[in-house]
Design a protein around this ligand. Structure first.
Ligand code: PMP
Length: 391
């Protein structure tokens, strides 16, 4: 049962030994199952934030947990210095799940790393260095990805590291994009549905224009699907959902339901000149992460989670509109509720009802990114809480 009498204390129990770099929710979860977390006082919280889109199959899905335990008992780790069947199987499954001709896979450990490696591939393929990205885009915290991420503080960090910044074009501005992409550009990198900016789906026209501009100038189109991919936005890849195929695509977050993993999937032409030593990672494609990812793909398929995300996303969208939310952006279960008041206030009031939601760089947008297994009943609980808060 959700109760409305929760007292919040910000940063509860935060240790001074940890750098204070994260804004933290006022909850200390000790257990999770499906869309629910249980805190140290035994209270249940409905998680419409999904551990930042990571809990794709829900918290601690038994099949994923079993696969992790079995793999850990069998062989916890050996490096990429040996071939290992689960890694090869996962690469084949991802190649089959992504649109043709994306079928060459490199594994690493995070979203930023995946994007960084995608940029390396694009630069090696084209022999160029300039990158074009989109305002509102967020690509990670390595120097290379920060240079493509929108926001003064990120650009300043990249510049302090001596990294040239990307050219940012406004979201959905086709003419600006066409003007920015020329024969000196190695890649256009974008999130087809932007996460942090507020679950903002870029227009089909803009995505097609990006494809065409890259084709015209021999640049690589990179889709950062770290947040929007892995079944969240209407198909396994958002590329498939929007009908535009990039040259390189990146996944991370929900791919292994909570174990660190990143994946770069590229078309063969882009990787043709890649050989031993060009990319690498000690932990990338490790046995346990691959086992967790394989189990995640099985659960997504067996439980029809892509279809569920579409259905429940539509229910949330309809329900939010019926409550007077003027705009709901995004796709599937990556949704932005555009409110008339600060989203942080609404988020806080929902915490008071033990419902966890996300905010966005747009202060009026409440971001929903629950597990792909979020049920219609859970969506209705969220909408009931929202109705009370918005009243
Ligand atoms: N790209 C996008 C779209 C993201 O949302 C994130 C994480 N918020 C990243 C890249 C970076 O991922 P990670 O934190 O795993 O490095």
């Amino acid at each position: 049962m959700l109760r409305a009498d929760v007292t919040l204390s910000e940063g509860k129990g935060r240790s001074a030994a940890l750098l204070p770099v994260y804004a933290q929710f006022p909850i200390r979860p000790v257990r999770g199952r499906g869309s629910w977390l249980v805190d140290e006082d035994g209270h249940e919280w409905l998680d419409a934030y999904g551990g930042h889109a990571v809990a794709s199959t829900g918290h601690s899905h038994p099949d994923v947990v079993r696969a992790i335990a079995e793999q850990a008992e069998t062989l916890l780790f050996y490096s990429t210095a040996v071939a290992y069947p689960p890694r090869e199987r996962l690469a084949q499954r991802l190649a089959a799940l992504c649109p043709d001709p994306l079928d060459r896979v490199f594994f690493c450990n995070s979203g930023a790393e995946a994007n960084e490696n995608a940029l390396h591939l694009a630069r090696k393929w084209t022999g160029r260095s300039r990158i074009v990205s989109v305002t509102g885009g967020w690509h990670g915290r390595t120097l290379g990805t920060l240079a493509c991420t929108d926001g003064a503080r990120y650009e300043e960090t990249a510049a302090r590291g001596g990294i040239p910044l990307s050219t940012k074009v406004p979201a959905d501005a086709v003419a600006a994009l066409d003007a920015a992409v020329d024969d000196t550009v190695a890649a256009v990198i974008l999130e087809p549905v932007q996460g942090l900016s507020g679950a903002r789906d870029l227009s089909a026209e803009f995505l097609r224009a990006a494809r065409a501009a890259c084709d015209r100038h021999g640049a690589a189109l990179i889709f950062d699907e770290v947040q929007c991919g892995v079944g969240r936005c209407g198909a396994f890849s958002t590329a498939e959902a929007v009908g535009v195929v990039p040259d390189v695509l990146t996944f991370a977050k929900g791919l292994a339901s909570g174990l660190p993993i990143g994946a770069v999937i590229a078309r063969p032409a882009v990787t043709a000149s890649i050989g031993v030593g060009d990319l690498g990672s000690t932990f990338g494609g490790g046995p346990v992460a691959c086992a967790a990812a394989l189990a995640t793909l099985d659960v997504i398929e067996r439980e029809g989670l892509i279809e569920n995300a579409v259905r429940v996303g539509a229910r949330l969208t309809r329900g939010a509109r019926a409550l007077g939310v003027r705009q709901v952006s995004g796709r599937g279960l990556l949704l932005g509720l555009h409110l008339e008041r600060p989203a942080a206030e609404v988020q806080r009031a929902l915490f008071g009802r033990r419902i966890i939601t996300g905010t966005a760089s747009d202060p009026k947008v409440l971001r929903l990114l629950p597990p792909l297994s979020f049920s219609a009943q859970e969506a209705d609980l969220l909408l009931t809480g929202l109705k009370e808060v918005l009243a």
